[in-house]
Every structure is written in structure tokens, then in C-alpha cells.
Design a protein around this ligand. Structure first.
Ligand SMILES: Nc1ncnc2c1ncn2[C@@H]1O[C@H](COP(=O)(O)OP(=O)(O)OP(=O)(O)O)[C@@H](O)[C@H]1O
Length: 337
């Protein structure tokens, strides 16, 4: 079975802005995969390229082996998309919205009606089936977008910030629902700004910045890339800031003192703390207390994206302005400035 998503050197330019820069990414069938990145990193552009809303400028993109442009129909039929924006015809009863969607994907009317009821029950808004979209609350609208993505029984479910602006209860409901779907075999691609969400749900995450892939790893691997901070409280403050450093070994990556507290950044707090305490005692300091804390995934994320060159990356192909994404022209890839 080919991967659920496979892109090779994918490029998208909007005029002179390179929103995707030679992005190569593979999501295996059955994975729960997270796409993380600051605003403007290119996450939505990546998704829109997969579902045919944006035409790529260069490179390749396949969904279950189908090229997203030359085999659009097969690729698109495999995907259920719950987008960030509420792009629903607001005058129709929501059950009809779902039936239209199913019909568009070639599902006969009887079956479409059955599926619509089934997914409305699954997302918990079956009692609202005859109401218009714009009568639903914000949380119910989010549920409806998910129902619409599910009505075609997709093998790949793409969720673009599904929990943005929803309350805690709904967020947890959605987490349970997508976890069940993944357990049942649906491959999931999720974009999110909530690191906790990615940590909780995803098998692997890709961190993107300025259209490029910064890294791909499991949330645990990412956390292992962080450091620990050992916070030691001394019985009395050291005489001068900086006086402690010479007493400590090379394991101390960074030392700061605040009154009677000494904070030492190390790779692995558990194995380093005994040495640190010995060294402090040998230098004549009495230890009152000690606490070890691990860098959070959020701090690692900020670190990884901040290390990137913040210069806006542009190509010089400005004559091909392409605000709509409709223009399929393949442009020569330009150097980074
Ligand atoms: N239709 C368009 N025309 C011109 N530029 C666009 C268009 N769509 C997106 N962009 C630009 O492409 C870049 C990537 O945008 P994109 O929406 O893909 O980022 P994102 O990672 O999804 O951001 P966010 O987290 O804010 O949703 C941004 O600089 C954005 O301004």
C-alpha cells in the first residue's frame, strides 16, 4: 500500500512569495500525523494542495499513490477535509449539506441519507439535523465540519485546526472522536497551534517554518531534544554572581543565580544532579533544596522555529502573481534571498 500522503520537493508560490519550499513529507497509512508551525508557515497551503484547492508550482504530491492533479478524482475521493474556515452553505438544513457532499462524491441518495444521519449522531448534533447552518453555535459548526468530512467515509481525514476557539468540553469530545477514528484505521493529518493537542494525539509531528520542514519526529523524541533545568536552593546566597561556574564541570550548559537559587541547565537532570550537588558542596555551599524540570514541548517548538532564518523568503518570479492559486504555471525555482 502506498503512503497516505507523499510529497517530493513540493513548491507553491503566490506571486513572489514561496509558501512551500521543496517540501518532502511522507505520512504512512494509519498514522496520526501532526503539522505544526507558526502562523504563515504554509500548513493550510500544504493541505489545500492535497485537496486540489491550490495548484502546486513544482514538485509532486500523491494521496494513496494518486497524483493530486492528474488523478484528482481518486485522490480527492479518499480525503475528508474539515477546514479552518466555515465554508458551508448557510441556508440549507445541515442534513442536506451532508447529503449534497455525499452526492458530489457519487454516493447514491438513499445511502447518502443514511450516512448523513450516522455521522450527525457520531458528532453529537443529530437533533439539529433540520436546522440551518447559521443557526448553529460555534461549537456545533465545528462538529458539522467534521461530520461533513466524515460523510464520504474517507481513508484520510484532514483536520485544519479543528479545535481553534472551541471550549474545553468540545475539545475533549473531538479528541476522543478522532482517536476512535484513527483506531478504526483512518489516517489523520492534523494541523494545530496547541502543542498539548499534538503531544496527546499524534504518532509523529512535522514542524514547519516559512514553507520548509524543520524536523519530523515523535513528540517523545522532540522532548528528548530538550534540556533539563536543575534548580538548587542554597542555605546562603553565593558571594557573587558567576562565582559558582568554575566549581562546576562541563555538564553545566548554563548557570544563573537568583539570590540563594542556582539554576543549572544540563542535558539530563536525573544523572547529572548528584555530580552537581557534590561539586557545590566541595566548593563550600550547603544545599537546602533541589528541583529538576524538563523543557516543555512548547519551548522546544519555539526554539526550533526561532533558530530558523527569519528573513522573509521570496523568489524573484513576481511577474506570475497568483493570489487565487488557480494558475497551474510551473515556474522556475528561484534562489533564496
Ligand atoms: N491565496 C494566497 N495568495 C497569496 N498569499 C497567500 C495565499 N494563501 C496563503 N498565502 C501566504 O502563504 C503563506 C503561508 O500561508 P498558510 O495559510 O499556508 O500558513 P499557515 O501555516 O496555514 O498559517 P496559520 O497557522 O496562520 O493558518 C503566508 O505568508 C500567507 O500569507
Amino acid at each position: 500500500m502506498p503512503p497516505a500522503i507523499e510529497t517530493t520537493d513540493l513548491v507553491k508560490e503566490y506571486g513572489d512569495l514561496r509558501a512551500l519550499q521543496e517540501l518532502s513529507l511522507t505520512v504512512e497509512e494509519g498514522e496520526f500525523f501532526g503539522l505544526l508551525g507558526p502562523n504563515g508557515a504554509g500548513k493550510t497551503t500544504f493541505i489545500n494542495t492535497l485537496v486540489g484547492l491550490v495548484r502546486k508550482t513544482g514538485g509532486e504530491a500523491r494521496v494513496f499513490g494518486y497524483d493530486v492533479e492528474s488523478e484528482y478524482r481518486q485522490a480527492r475521493d479518499a480525503i475528508g477535509l474539515a477546514p479552518q474556515e466555515f465554508n458551508v452553505d448557510r441556508f440549507f438544513p445541515v442534513r442536506e449539506v451532508l447529503m449534497h457532499k455525499a452526492g458530489y462524491h457519487g454516493i447514491p441518495e438513499d445511502e447518502a441519507a443514511e450516512r448523513a444521519d450516522e455521522v450527525l449522531k457520531r458528532v453529537g448534533i443529530y437533533d439539529k439535523r433540520n436546522e440551518r447552518f447559521d443557526w448553529l453555535s460555534g461549537g456545533m459548526k465545528r462538529r458539522l465540519l467534521l461530520a461533513r468530512a466524515l460523510v464520504t467515509d474517507p481513508d484520510l481525514l484532514i483536520l485544519d485546526e479543528p479545535t481553534a476557539g472551541v471550549d474545553v468540553q468540545l475539545r475533549h469530545d473531538l479528541w476522543d472522536l478522532v482517536t476512535d477514528l484513527n483506531d478504526e484505521g483512518t489516517t489523520i493529518l492534523l494541523t494545530t497551534h496547541y502543542i498539548e493537542e499534538a503531544e496527546r494525539l499524534c504518532d509523529r509531528v512535522a514542524i514547519m517554518n516559512e514553507g520548509r520542514k524543520v524536523t519530523v519526529a515523535t513528540p517523545d523524541d522532540l522532548k528528548r531534544r530538550g534540556s533539563d533545568t536543575v534548580d538548587v536552593r542554597l542555605e546562603s546566597a553565593p558571594p557573587a554572581a558567576g562565582a559558582l561556574e568554575p566549581a562546576l564541570g562541563p555538564y553545566a550548559r548554563d548557570v544563573t543565580t537568583r539570590g540563594d537559587h542556582v539554576e543549572v541547565r544540563v542535558d539530563d537532570g536525573g544523572s547529572t544532579a548528584p555530580r552537581l550537588l557534590n561539586d557545590l558542596e566541595a566548593a563550600g555551599h550547603e544545599i537546602a533544596d533541589l528541583e529538576i524540570s524538563r523543557t516543555s514541548l512548547e519551548e522546544i517548538f519555539v526554539d526550533l522555529t526561532a533558530q530558523e532564518d527569519r528573513t522573509v523568503t521570496r523568489s524573484s518570479a513576481s511577474e506570475d502573481a497568483d493570489e487565487t492559486g488557480e494558475e497551474p504555471t510551473k515556474r522556475a525555482q528561484e534562489g533564496v534571498v
